[in-house]
Design a binder for this molecule. Sequence first.
Ligand code: HEM
Ligand code: HEM
Length: 172
Amino acid sequence: MDQLHKYRYCRVRRSLHWLSALVIIWAIVTGFSLAFFSLSPAVERWLGHFNVTLTLLFIPFFLLRLTLACIQKKPETLELSRRQLWLAACGHWLIYATVLTVLVSGVCMMERPVSVFALAQLDPLFKAGEVTRAFSVAHHYSCALLALLVLGHIAAVIVHQRRGIRLMQKML
Ligand code: HEM
Ligand code: HEM
């Protein structure tokens, strides 16, 4: 590992982090807008279809990101104590586990076939009924947990940055 990678995530992990941030923030904001506000039927249809396609395409990128997090060491942050580093690592693994739950529950709750930009078609894994409804409840609560974790994550980065601990530079 060269000197730069000791203190900064590699290019692939930085790109995957910002891609995940965009997709996840978009899916959370528009997903909850669909669930809680009344939008025009055309917007609802378009968003519903676009989000399912976008998040399905996101799955391989997320799996690559998870694999890299498992096999590569985190870059060092010399300003943080061992306890703070341990807490940050636990928070990051909780985010990964929650994203995985959101993706699995999303796929398992599908009740209709979905076409991915007319390239491929994914059929529902379960017949519409109790099982798909249970996954839909799991999707709802895991999305709410993910929204809280992401807010906490962004707040923690801002607080550390203001104290002079340059976390952002590891991800830019
Ligand atoms: C715009 C908002 C965001 C900012 C400013 C931000 C910033 C950062 C920074 C600076 C780090 C490096 C922290 C360190 O290693 O000590 C980091 C790591 C991380 N971020 Fe974010 N992030 C954002 C959004 C997100 C979102 C939406 C997710 C949800 C998936 C996320 C998940 C993670 C994870 C899991 C890590 C740990 C990476 C690893 O070591 O495997 N971040 N983020
Ligand atoms: C990045 C991962 C994902 C995020 C952040 C996300 C976020 C959300 C949110 C916030 C909602 C509204 C929840 C509620 O009912 O209160 C939602 C609904 C939904 N999600 Fe996801 N989702 C993701 C992945 C998926 C995947 C992979 C699928 C299926 C392939 C999926 C299918 C659905 C469906 C069918 C709904 C119901 C939409 C409607 O009410 O019309 N999601 N999602």
